[in-house]
Design a protein around this ligand. Structure first.
Ligand SMILES: CC(C)(COP(=O)(O)OP(=O)(O)OC[C@H]1O[C@@H](n2cnc3c(N)ncnc32)[C@H](O)[C@@H]1OP(=O)(O)O)[C@@H](O)C(=O)NCCC(=O)NCCS
Length: 175
C-alpha cells in the first residue's frame, strides 16, 4: 500500500469534492456541516474553499483516502493562530497511521506559515479522533456543553490545542 500526502490546489477541486462528500455521507457525526448542505456546491464554490483554507489529502495507491484542512485566523491580532477541521480517513484505511500523517503534514505547513498554535473542536464521544489528536500533542483546553444537535440529541464538544513552538502554558484547562 503506497501512501502519499500532498497539498491540494484549486485545480484539485474535484478531489476535494469527492473526499469531502464521502466524509459527510459516511461519518456525519464528525463534522459540523452536513452532506445536504454541501452536495450541490458548484465548481466555483469548491474552488473558493482554497482561498481561505490549506487542504492536504492522503492518496492510497493513487486514490484519495483522507483529508485535512487548516484555516489561519484572518485578523491581524490572531495571525499566529490557526484552526484544523474536516479531518477524515476512509474507513478502509483507518488505524494505519494516515490520520497521523495528515496531522503531521498540516502542522508542518502551519509552522512554515509562521503559525504558533493550532486549535480544533471534536465531539467528546469521538474517541478515535481524540486519541489521534492527543498522540500529536493536542491537549484539551475547553468544553462546550450542547455544542451541536443531531438526531434528537445534544452533543458536547471539546476544544483541543497544540503549540507548535514548544511554548508551555501553565493555564491549560484541567478536565
Ligand atoms: C479520526 C480519524 C481521522 C483517525 O484516522 P486514522 O487514520 O484511523 O488515525 P491513525 O491510524 O493515524 O491513528 C492515530 C492514533 O489514533 C488512535 N486511534 C485511531 N483510531 C482509534 C480508535 N478507533 N479508537 C481508539 N484510538 C484510535 C490510536 O491511538 C492511533 O495511534 P497508534 O497508531 O499508536 O495506535 C478517523 O477515525 C476518521 O476519519 N474518523 C471519522 C471522521 C472524524 O471523526 N473526524 C474527526 C472530526 S473532529
Amino acid at each position: 500500500m503506497a501512501i502519499m500526502v500532498r497539498q491540494l490546489l484549486p485545480v484539485d477541486w474535484s478531489v476535494l469534492r469527492t473526499i469531502r462528500l464521502e466524509a459527510l455521507a459516511i461519518s456525519p457525526d464528525g463534522f459540523g456541516s452536513t452532506y445536504e448542505e454541501e452536495k450541490d456546491r458548484t465548481e466555483a464554490e469548491w474552488r473558493h474553499v482554497f482561498e481561505r483554507e490549506s487542504i492536504f489529502a492522503a492518496f492510497v495507491d493513487g486514490c484519495v483516502g483522507g483529508i485535512i484542512a487548516l484555516m489561519p485566523h484572518q485578523q491581524q491580532k490572531y495571525y499566529h493562530r490557526g484552526t484544523i477541521f474536516s479531518v477524515y480517513v476512509s474507513p478502509t484505511y483507518r488505524c494505519q497511521g494516515i490520520g497521523g500523517r495528515l496531522l503531521d503534514a498540516v502542522m508542518l505547513h502551519a509552522k512554515s506559515m509562521g503559525l504558533l498554535q493550532i486549535q480544533l473542536g471534536v465531539r467528546c464521544d469521538n474517541e478515535a479522533a481524540i486519541a489521534c489528536y492527543t498522540k500529536k500533542g493536542f491537549v484539551k483546553i475547553g468544553h462546550t456543553p450542547r455544542s451541536s444537535f443531531t438526531n434528537g440529541a445534544f452533543h458536547d464538544e471539546q476544544t483541543m490545542m497544540v503549540f507548535l513552538d514548544g511554548f508551555v502554558s501553565k493555564s491549560f484547562y484541567a478536565p
